[in-house]
Design a protein around this ligand. Structure first.
Ligand SMILES: [Fe+2]
Length: 433
């Protein structure tokens, strides 16, 4: 069985994961396709048929596969780098990936500056300190090597470099007006999707919450996905980020902003994560499950950056900002409850998801199938060591009213398929406690 190499020369000739073919027709889609396409000069741009089928899909250039890190110098050079600014953290440095990355940059004739002080759930003041270093060293292209925290911090530096001001001022959708420096992202986890997304999540340390910045300018130029980097993740981070990827897949598939281009990636990502996450824990160096998880995280990222997310993320951002708890673990705890909540209003989108996950729907009611998906997610969370409830992560009853109120302002709630008010969110928090 092929195994992945840790920081050292990469092997060639890896076998790519087999794909699955999944039925993509969702309830309602076949009706929308029933009409005929209009000829030249006959398009009515206000026609409901045309509007219902329009889809946009942003994605970076992707360099994917074991050994991809060797391309880093070439990628940065193509974007005009002379002094790239590499954002990372102490764990990635200790694992040896920063040395390999800077070596590749130097081989390409570049002079990297390394900022290695990112902490989990990157803080507003960390991003502002990193930006001062970026500006003071006359750096240009911004590179992140690390998990979602490093990638989000790198995006934060890029926002300040192009737009000035303070990072919290960019909360919300399309507040980043000016162009930002080119971004090259090298993810070290299989989950966050930050390397392909138009999202950056930053901790507001004064308010003890997380803010979501959404802007198409944040989609990186290049995502360089080397599954070798996944082998130095601790098991708990692997579990958390894997469940985050599954949450991205499920929330983007049922999102109000989904489209046929995102559906395919969301379903395939749900398949890859549910069939491979356990194997990456039992066989950490085995190539195929790691490659499948890297692909699953990538496809879930492509899905959610275009279809956006839902109530699970809107809620987990509040807990993450308040308690500095791991994002993916919070999603793993919340997701089964949120699936049941959404399915009460319309369970039909969960039927194709069940097929992707490997659940036999048969002729059963969609509601029953959705319940089984929720159970399946909880069983996966159990198997990878995620606590049963939020109380084990430090959440108390007293936290709930405030977190429920701030959930309503989170940008991810707008695309949740079911409307939710503060009372609904409080109920969900209590169920998940
Ligand atoms: Fe997430």
């Amino acid at each position: 069985m092929a195994q992945l190499t840790r920081p050292a020369p990469a092997s060639a000739g890896w076998r790519l994961a087999r794909s699955v073919t999944t039925e993509l027709i969702r309830p309602g889609d076949s009706d929308e396709c029933g009409g005929e396409l209009s000829g030249p000069g006959m398009l009515n741009p206000r026609s409901e048929d045309a509007a219902g089928q329009l889809a946009k899909f942003h994605t970076p250039e992707v360099v994917f596969g074991p050994g991809a890190l060797a391309e880093l110098g070439h990628c940065a050079r193509r974007l005009g780098a002379r002094r790239p600014f590499l954002v990372t953290d102490p764990g990635i440095t200790e694992a040896g990936w920063v040395a390999e990355a800077t070596g590749r940059l130097q081989l390409a004739g570049l002079h990297p500056v390394v900022w290695a002080d990112v902490t989990p759930n990157p803080k507003d003041h960390e991003i502002e300190a990193a930006y001062q270093e970026y500006a003071g060293t006359d750096s240009d292209v911004i590179i992140a090597v690390g998990g979602g925290s490093c990638i989000d911090a790198a995006k934060g530096v890029a926002i300040l470099a192009g737009n000035g001001g303070t990072i919290l001022a960019y909360e919300g959708v399309d507040k980043v007006a000016q162009p930002i420096p080119p971004l090259v992202m090298v993810p070290s986890t299989s989950g966050t999707g930050a390397d392909v997304s138009q999202f950056a999540i930053v901790t507001d340390t004064a308010q003890r919450t997380k803010i979501t910045i959404i802007s198409r300018t944040l989609v990186p130029e290049i995502s360089l996905v080397d599954p070798r980097l996944l082998t130095t993740m601790p098991d708990d981070l692997n579990a958390a980020t894997g469940l985050d990827a599954l949450t991205h897949a499920i929330e983007s598939f049922v999102s109000r902003a989904h489209n046929r281009l995102t559906d395919h990636h969301a379903l395939h990502a749900a398949h890859l994560v549910t069939h491979n996450l356990r194997r990456t824990i039992s066989h950490p160096l085995l190539a195929e499950p790691r490659i499948c998880m890297a692909q699953g995280a990538l496809e879930a990222g492509m899905a959610f950056t275009n279809a956006i997310l839902g109530i699970t993320h809107a809620m987990s951002h509040q807990v993450g900002g308040r308690l500095d708890a791991p994002h993916g673990v919070l999603n793993g705890v919340l997701l089964p409850h949120c699936i049941r909540f959404n399915a009460e209003a319309d369970a039909r989108p969960y039927v194709p998801l069940a097929a992707a996950i490997g659940i036999e729907a048969g002729d059963r009611p969609a509601q029953e199938v959705a319940d089984e998906i929720a159970d399946h997610v909880r069983a996966l969370a159990d198997d990878v060591g995620v606590p049963k409830g939020l109380a084990a992560l430090g959440v108390t009853e007293a936290d709930i009213p405030t977190m429920a109120r701030t959930t309503l302002y989170d940008a991810c709630l707008a695309t949740n398929p079911r409307d939710a008010d503060a009372a609904d969110v409080e109920t969900l928090f209590r169920q998940a406690l």
